[in-house]
Design a protein. Structure first.
Length: 151
C-alpha cells in the first residue's frame, strides 16, 4: 500500500480543521498556506471531504470549511477513503492484467491475500480517530501500539 498525497493531504486538512474547531469556518487557501500545500489541490480535497460529510462548507466573505462532526467521531479511514476514494486499491480489480484471469469468475489464489490485507488496513484505520491525532506524537505512538522514541 502506498499513501498518496490525496490521502496524506486529506488527513492534514482534517487535522488542521480539528485543531481550529473553535475558530469557525476556515478558508481552504488559508489551510494551504499554513500547511505549505498547493491551494488548488487542497480545494479539491476539501470538496471530496465535504461530499463525504466529513467537513461542511460555508459561502461568503467569512466562509470556509469546518468539521461536520466532532473529531472523536471521524476515523482516519473515513478521511482517506474520502480524499483518495479508496483506502487500499486492489490493483487486480481496478487494473486487471488479464481480463479473464483477474475476473471475479476466475479463481485466483492471490486475491484472498489482497482482500485480507485490505480488511486489516481498514480495521487499523477505523481504530484511529481524528481526535487521537490531536495528541503529541508520543501519545499517538502509544495509542497505535508503536514504541515511543526517545531523543
Amino acid at each position: 500500500m502506498r499513501i498518496t498525497t490525496w490521502a496524506e493531504y486529506g488527513v492534514i486538512c482534517a487535522l488542521h480543521l480539528a485543531k481550529r474547531s473553535d475558530d469557525g469556518a476556515v478558508n481552504g487557501r488559508e489551510i494551504a498556506t499554513r500547511e505549505g500545500l498547493p491551494a488548488d489541490y487542497i480545494e479539491q480535497i476539501l470538496l471530496r471531504l465535504r461530499r463525504a460529510d466529513i467537513v461542511t462548507s460555508t459561502r461568503g466573505a467569512r466562509g470556509g470549511y469546518a468539521l461536520a462532526r466532532p473529531a472523536t467521531e471521524i476515523t482516519v479511514r473515513e478521511i482517506i477513503a474520502a480524499a483518495e476514494l479508496v483506502t487500499f486499491d486492489l490493483h487486480c480489480e481496478t487494473h486487471p492484467v488479464d481480463e479473464v484471469r483477474c475476473s471475479s469468475a476466475h479463481e485466483c489464489s492471490i486475491r484472498p491475500v489482497w482482500l485480507m490485507l485490505q480488511r486489516r488496513i481498514d480495521e487499523v484505520l477505523d481504530g484511529v480517530f481524528l481526535a487521537d491525532l490531536l495528541q503529541p506524537e508520543p501519545a499517538v505512538r502509544l495509542r497505535v501500539g508503536l514504541p515511543v522514541l526517545h531523543a
